[in-house]
Design a protein around this ligand. Structure first.
Ligand code: CA
Length: 668
């Protein structure tokens, strides 16, 4: 769409003049539109009736179409809206229209555009085509008023488990009834055919503190009328930002069903002491000219190139414009809504650097106002270039400008396992030299440390985090190869046992590093995705976790569980100030590649352990290190771990087995 083809504001654009001047005049025209930040946008129902208010400053007329069903019927009524303050249009009906559906339609540039449920639909019918008028209080599960997520003082006390609803429950081995649904996470006591815990019981057994659910707002790709065909999608194709996805509900045609079932999921997890983090994708929409943004305020919510075409920092065909007031309001109010209405405990921002730092700071401020335990993290990069100046982007390199926000460390990710997009490339844990300094950057959570030389870093060349609470450490996620597949593709010829050792070493580095650990669901039982790196629409046969693996790889599961227990028991792994990291972490001089040895000293962060010694050997060979003489507890050695200790050591010359972590601790 060429934005110049529409009269944005009469007389504000010099149409037919491409280039920077046209773009600048577009920008100033958008900037001159009045913003509206009231909490009553689109729909409110009270004792006086049902009230509609659409923000559509460029429209010449706006109407509401009322329906008695969610699709396939003609409008039962049409209401003309009247111009109101700050670019909005309003109309009221003196009755509570619960149970009805509605859409908006705007006249723009002399033409009626397609109908849209608006951008603020909090309830929708099948495929999100029509918004629904629902009494939200009626969707609350019993006890909802007392529902609360886990208290979080610092984000790095959290252990994040990233999962997709279908991956987690859809496999026949899950023993879960509501496969691929929100309700899967409400089922207690589920077991695999082999008797292992699955579902919420599995999460409790593993010990993670929060699940991060892949996009669960209403997305575009899965046809909600064809659920038996079991189509799969990650959901990074937003359609309605403020209503849950219908395919995860038991009945997409019932607007209440998806809302109530998602709340029931949140409540069951909260009752189990587990928090819920939502993956949010405000950076782009599934559609361009036909998105709900475009159909309510054409052009306004997006960035454009000088020729008027959509700019595309998302790699998905468009990018939103968080620097414009109404878009910024939208993002801030939307996350606030999820926090208030659904009791969401954290937000993961997809391609966060498409947003500006000011918007992200406002997001954090608003969320902390709802609940101080809420935290925010995101991908500190874009997928393509953006018209937004680099210094304004919420990049990982700009994270110091965003207090209370954390970014994924691609530094530690690629250094441990090898480059994410080069399948055969190895990393520190799989024997490739040259990644040691970047792993150290990960260990100190990208904060300034006197013994870490950022010039030797593979990715970032400076200490970009102002505190370890600004870093999310991980070795894999839903994107790219799973850790298991990466090891299969890079450790060619190695045994399965060797690969599992490498996985343990990799996660030991992640879970003992400063910052917040993040893991991909199922890696604790060595799940794979049959080598598919971009499984966003692959079938369940690729994406589903086979829970029989929990028995087959029981040693792996037990290792992960102990690793998590170790981290939770010891605040030394969870320092909150960069100065403490610089003071308490001391790296040892070691000979040769693929070997890192360091201590966390002097009861760091109030730990009962005076000193923790960690040695990581990513090479194929056993390596000898010198440990200070003393009374050490052996916590991890040769692919085994126990947070209470697996033995003792007097120190001195010590062999560290190939591809393994040695962890020792002493109280005196
Ligand atoms: Ca949908």
């Amino acid at each position: 769409m060429n934005i110049c083809s529409g009269a944005l504001l009469s007389g504000a654009l010099l149409c037919g003049v491409p280039g920077a001047n046209a773009k600048n005049s577009m920008e100033s025209a958008y900037a001159s539109l009045p913003a509206y930040n009231g909490q009553d946008l689109e729909l409110t129902v009270d004792n006086s009736g049902t009230h509609f208010r659409l923000w559509s400053p460029q429209a010449s007329a706006v109407r509401v179409l009322l329906y008695s069903t969610d699709r396939n019927t003609a409008a039962a009524d049409t209401l003309e809206m009247a111009r109101a303050e700050q670019g909005t249009w309003t109309v009221s009906v003196p009755r509570q229209l619960y149970g009805k559906f509605y859409t908006f339609q705007i006249k723009y540039n002399g033409k009626w555009l397609d109908e849209t449920p608006g951008v603020w639909a909090k309830a929708v019918g099948t495929n999100g085509q029509r918004a629904a008028i629902v009494d939200l209080a009626s969707t609350n599960p019993s006890g909802w008023e007392n529902d609360k997520g886990p208290e979080v003082k610092n984000i790095n006390d959290v252990i994040i488990y990233e999962m997709h609803h279908r991956d987690f429950s859809v496999h026949p081995s899950s023993g879960i009834v509501n496969k691929g649904k929100f309700l899967a996470l409400t089922e207690q006591g589920t077991r695999s055919a082999l008797g292992d815990k699955t579902g919420i019981d599995h999460l409790k057994e593993l010990g993670i503190t929060h699940i991060h659910i892949l996009p669960s707002y209403d997305y575009n790709s899965v046809d909600e009328t064809q659920l038996p065909s079991n189509k799969y999608n990650w959901g990074y194709d937003p359609f309605n930002y403020n209503a849950p996805e219908g395919s995860y509900s038991t009945n997409p045609a019932s607007p209440e069903s998806r809302i109530r079932e998602m709340k029931e999921m949140v409540k069951a997890l909260h009752d189990a002491g587990i928090g819920v983090i939502m993956d949010v994708v405000y950076n782009h929409t599934a559609n361009n000219d036909n998105s709900n943004f475009s159909l309510t305020a054409p052009g306004y919510y997006y960035r454009h190139r000088a020729d008027g075409s959509y700019s595309d920092a998302s790699g998905c065909g468009n990018e939103t414009a968080s620097e414009r007031q109404q878009m910024r309001n939208f993002i801030v109010n939307s996350v606030k809504y999820w926090a208030e209405e659904y009791h969401i405990d954290g937000f993961r921002f997809d391609l966060m650097a498409i947003h500006d730092t000011e918007t992200m700071n406002e997001v954090v401020k608003a969320l902390k106002g709802v609940n101080p335990s809420i935290f925010v993290y995101g991908e500190g990069w874009t997928a393509g270039d953006s018209p937004l100046p680099v210094e304004r982007r919420a990049l990982k390199e700009n994270v110091a400008k965003m207090e209370g926000i954390a970014v994924f460390s691609d530094d530690i990710r690629d250094a441990i396992k090898g480059h994410y997009s080069n399948a055969a490339d190895r990393g520190f844990a799989t024997g490739k030299p040259g990644n040691e300094e970047t792993v150290k950057i990960g260990i100190v959570a990208s904060t300034a440390h006197p013994q870490v030389d950022y010039a030797k870093g593979n990715n970032s060349k400076f200490a970009y985090a102002s505190a370890p609470t600004q870093i999310i450490n991980y070795v894999s996620c839903h994107d790219d190869l799973t850790l298991t597949d990466k090891l299969h593709k890079s450790m060619t010829g190695a045994s399965e046992e060797d690969m599992q050792r490498a996985a343990r070493l990799a996660q030991t580095i992640v879970f003992t590093s400063q910052g917040t650990p993040f893991m991909f669901a199922g890696e604790e039982i060595f799940r794979d995705k049959k080598g598919v790196h971009n499984s966003y629409q692959s079938p369940d046969s690729i994406n589903a976790i086979d829970w029989a693996l929990k028995q087959k790889n029981a040693d792996q599961f037990n290792y992960y569980r102990e690793l998590i227990r170790l981290r939770k028991a010891h605040p030394a792994f969870r320092m909150t100030a960069a100065e403490d990291v610089a003071k308490h972490i001391v790296f040892d001089k070691v000979e040769g590649d693929n070997l890192i040895s360091y201590s966390i000293k002097d009861n760091a962060n109030g730990d009962v352990w005076k000193e923790i010694k960690l040695v990581f050997n990513g090479s194929d060979d056993p390596r000898e290190v010198k440990i200070k003489k003393g009374n050490w507890i052996v916590v991890a050695d040769d692919g085994k771990i126990n947070a209470d200790g697996i033995g003792t050591s007097k120190g001195g010359k010590t062999i560290v087995a190939p591809r393994s972590a040695l962890i020792l601790a002493r109280e005196k």
